[in-house]
Design a protein around this ligand. Structure first.
Ligand code: 5GP
Ligand code: MG
Length: 511
């Protein structure tokens, strides 16, 4: 259970890691099995969210949605996919940033419009949810109540707004394509939306392009996805990024692109550090190469006297490869990861909880014994992973453990799609690097510099969001009390802003 009484599905609920962004996928392809293409696209995006998965399909006259809690492979099987027939599909893998982890909040979300219906998936997190809730409440009478049902996540509010727009003079309901350019500029925060009505696939990306979104081409259709790795898996060629501030529509009339806001690119730097798959390209830069280069620069900035470089698998591996290469210290496998232990619906007992990191990682004692180790990981958030790891490596006989981190200290919460801890929970907030090293029990600890990390991405600093490292948020944040994950949980039908609580609700007011 979390402090708020909801069940958590982490192995150790008290030790929740930070949460990833979600994954979105959309396809328009007459004659193809679009549900199966979406299934495999979501497979390639599973790392972006493991709480729930869903697919919506349209055959031109109706939209069907199938979604459930769990991994893509747990939610879908041959028969459910077989029932989802049509030529347009959108899919989603979810990690909650706003709204509880419940079935009602799984995506794609579905809603009736004045012309038919709408299904939508969202990656990111909105920062003016309270304002959007007011806009939704102010929709013309007669349409409002029907559209206000059970929205406890920011995504559902967006569908309420898209579905409920009317022509000011005639009162005629607007189509989704007419409503989108009106609604999107009112939304603040990080978003990539993939949505559809019965006939058209849409994709939109926020003006800062904080989360990634790419456009791909199939022989007989179009694909949009959070990452290029999801285009690769379905055999689509990469056409280009969906531009920040761009709305794309695809139907039998072809592909239409419109701009609803000026592009001010501030892509999330943490995508390059941890979130995205290594085989993905973002803004034309490959993620694996960025991580290897971070490792090389880390080795130059923070050398260590050691016998062996090992990675904290999997996400620390490319940086460890770069560190070894640049330092000349041999690279080896020191830890074996059990890939099949991820999220589980088994509630851990106290005894199992104490196993902690052992459930996921097992040291290779024969490799480690007697060695001075450099252990490379991509990031430290609360410090739990490295603290447990240092102890485990010492027990396995390591002579020295030098921890090297391929991103700078994380000092600020993310309001834009990663559910990082509150400021008070971030170990780098308030402790010096040396103090953190002591708290981890490491012989030494060093992080890459901010500029070193950014140069490794090859993206200009001004075009990246580095807020979790330097507090420079690309978007003006409203009252922190209105930013919490549970801002839309209802009491007596009214939004209930949490003044304290989980997520980042009170982050800016805490020490
Ligand atoms: P810590 O144990 O310090 O709280 O978290 C750091 C570890 O979590 C690192 O090993 C890193 O690879 C991983 N990590 C970093 N960011 C995220 C994230 O957004 N989601 C998840 N699930 N893990 C993350
Ligand atoms: Mg990790």
């Amino acid at each position: 259970m979390r402090g708020d009484g909801r069940l958590s599905h982490d192995l150790d609920p008290r030790d929740q890691g930070p949460k990833d962004a979600c994954g979105v996928f959309g396809v328009w392809a007459p004659g193809e099995e679009v549900a199966k293409l979406t299934f495999f696209g979501l497979y390639a995006l599973q790392h972006r969210g493991q709480e729930s998965a869903g697919i919506a399909v349209s055959d031109g006259s109706k939209i069907l949605v199938f979604k459930d809690m769990g991994l893509v492979s747990q939610v879908f099987d041959e028969s459910s996919l077989g029932a989802l027939t049509g030529h347009i599909a959108v899919g989603h893998t979810r990690y909650s940033t706003t709204g509880a982890s419940t079935w009602e909040n799984a995506q794609p979300v579905f809603r009736a419009t004045g012309h038919g219906s709408l299904a939508l998936g969202h990656n990111g997190n909105l920062v003016n949810t309270a304002e959007l809730a007011e806009l939704a409440a102010a929709l013309p009478a007669g349409r409002g109540p029907r559209h206000r049902v059970a929205a406890t996540n920011d995504t559902d509010l967006v569908t309420v707004l898209l579905a409920g727009q009317t022509d000011a003079e005639t009162g005629r309901p607007l189509t989704v394509e007419e409503a989108a350019p009106r609604v999107l500029p009112q939304i603040k925060g990080a978003y990539t939306f993939v949505f559809m009505d019965e006939n058209t696939l849409y994709a939109a990306r926020d003006p800062h392009g904080i989360r990634p979104l790419v456009l791909g081409r199939l022989e007989r259709g179009w694909v949009v996805a959070s990452e290029t790795s999801a285009l690769d898996i379905v055999g689509a060629s990469v056409v280009r990024e969906v531009e920040p501030g761009e709305l794309i529509a695809v139907d039998e009339g072809g592909l239409r692109s419109t701009r609803f806001a000026e592009a001010k690119p501030r892509g999330c730097a943490f995508e390059y550090v941890y979130l995205a798959r290594p085989d993905t390209d973002i803004a034309g830069r490959n993620v694996y190469l960025s991580r290897v280069e971070m490792g090389r620069r880390l080795a130059a900035e923070a050398p260590a006297e050691a016998d062996l470089v090992i990675a904290t698998p999997e996400s620390g591996t490319p940086a460890a490869v770069g560190y070894a290469e640049a330092s000349g210290i041999p690279y080896g496998s020191g830890l074996v990861k059990n890939s099949y232990v991820g999220r589980t619906f088994i509630q851990p007992s106290q005894t199992i909880r104490q196993l902690g990191i052992r459930l996921k990682l097992n040291p290779l004692k024969e490799v480690i014994r007697g060695k001075r180790l450099v252990v490379v990981d991509d990031s430290i958030v609360r410090g739990n992973t490295q603290r447990a790891l240092v102890r485990m490596l010492r027990e396995a006989g390591a002579a020295e453990v030098h921890v090297r981190i391929s991103s700078p200290p994380i000092k600020w919460p993310c309001f834009l799609g990663i559910d990082f801890a509150t400021r008070a929970e971030l170990i780098a907030n308030g402790l010096s690097v040396e103090e953190i090293g002591t708290s981890l029990g490491a012989d030494s600890l060093a992080y890459i510099s901010l500029d070193g990390m950014i140069e490794a991405t090859t993206i200009p600093k001004a075009n990246l969001c580095r807020a979790c490292f330097d507090g420079d948020y690309p978007i003006e944040l409203p009252d922190p009390a209105l930013l919490g994950k549970d801002v839309l949980e209802q009491r007596d039908g009214h939004p209930l802003p949490l003044l304290t609580g989980p997520g980042a609700a009170d982050a800016l007011r805490r020490p």
